[in-house]
Design a protein around this ligand. Structure first.
Ligand code: BGC
Length: 351
């Protein structure tokens, strides 16, 4: 079942809505037209109690002023572009600088802060089809880009399919920025969650969180999640890479790289609730972000719960950050005639 709800108005008077998708299995998902953001994802614990496991805000004003990107769709280019400058076919382009010396998550008004067109598709597995037209030159990016994101709620999972086409060669790297806490979004630290990630390399960064260009083996580092361990076990801010970023805020590269269809790449487990989240994707990488910058007292989470560092984590499936500056990184350029098409599934169970 899908229901539509009013969530306030923009300065120009246009109304913003949220859509609540409820599956007969009991799980539910709420999506906001602004940024196509996941506002609520309620899944059961081992005693059948449903809780929202993603961070969100209560008011539209918070979403508009937001720099956390709670649950939002990110584009055209997820993560940072060093100095915002890049070249395609000998021509220089500039993306808006909005994070220190870098362009972050699409620039001044990324896809996270745009109103998407939403088409509900009710049925056994309710779905929303979100579309966005990003005109040539928007945020400095070349080419008209047409993006379609499909959220489908199945009995135990949320699937997100990202598709895009362009009429000029342009960078595209899309993701979703949901902040998870499997104990419930207001249940405190995520450092006790167990995490497994099938990633054998990670990208060290500089102090501006720009990858240095090195692909380093995770072996013997805090980034080795190939065997499950708690996120907190090696969360040691004395370790140089973690010190620079204030915690985990790094791209990890899946051992098997990009695949044709989504495969299981990550699994998180919260021992008190028993909730398990599996991440399946065909993307080559994931940004593991431990919510280190969640500390803005002006924008509390839903219910007035204060922002607290490491109270939620993101597993943002994507291609490598700042790939435009490194020939040996993933190709994030989309050409006319090609179709960008990736899917990530967040699947829930209990243990
Ligand atoms: C980045 C962080 C950033 C956060 C929110 C993440 O994807 O890796 O460095 O602070 O998004 O903006």
């Amino acid at each position: 079942m899908i229901t539509k709800h009013d969530f306030g108005a923009l300065a120009d008077g246009s109304r913003v809505h949220s859509y609540l998708l409820q599956h007969k299995s009991g799980i539910s998902l709420r999506i906001l037209e602004l940024g196509g953001a996941i506002m609520e994802l309620c899944v059961p614990d081992r005693n059948g109690r449903f809780t929202n496991v993603v961070a969100s805000y209560d008011s539209l004003a918070d979403y508009l002023l937001d720099t956390t990107y709670f649950g939002a769709l990110i584009g055209r280019v997820a993560n940072r572009i060093a100095k915002g400058k890049y070249e395609i076919d000998g021509r220089e382009y500039s993306a808006f600088i909005n994070n220190g010396p870098s362009s972050l998550h699409g620039g001044r008004i990324g896809f996270s802060h745009r109103l998407w067109t939403v088409e509900p598709r009710d049925g056994e597995d309710p779905a929303l089809i979100l579309t966005l037209h990003s005109p040539d030159g928007e945020e400095g990016y070349p080419g008209n880009l047409d993006v379609t994101v499909t959220y489908t709620l199945t009995a135990d999972a949320v699937s997100i399919r990202y598709e895009a086409v362009t009429d000029q060669r342009t960078p595209v790297n899309l993701t979703n920025h949901a902040y998870f806490n499997l104990g419930g979004y207001a249940s405190g630290s995520i450092l006790g969650h167990t995490l497994r990630l099938d990633a054998d390399r990670f990208l060290p960064t500089d102090a501006d969180l720009i990858p240095t260009g090195e692909l380093r083996a995770v072996e013997g580092t805090p980034f080795d999640f190939r065997t499950p361990k708690t996120i907190g076990r090696d969360f040691d801010l004395a370790y140089p890479e973690l010190a620079l970023a204030g915690g985990y805020d790094h791209c990890l590269c899946f051992t098997a790289g990009e695949t044709e269809t989504p495969v299981l790449r990550a699994e998180a487990f919260e021992p008190i609730s028993g909730r398990v989240m599996q991440v399946l994707t065909n993307q080559p990488c994931v940004q593991l972000y431990a919510g280190n910058f969640l500390k803005d007292p002006a924008h509390p989470l839903s219910g007035g719960y204060p922002q607290t560092p490491q109270s939620a984590f993101c597993l943002e499936t994507q291609k490598m950050p700042d790939a435009l500056h490194h020939a040996h990184f993933d190709n994030i350029l989309l050409s006319p005639g090609e179709r960008y098409d990736y899917t990530t599934v967040y699947r829930f169970s209990v243990s």
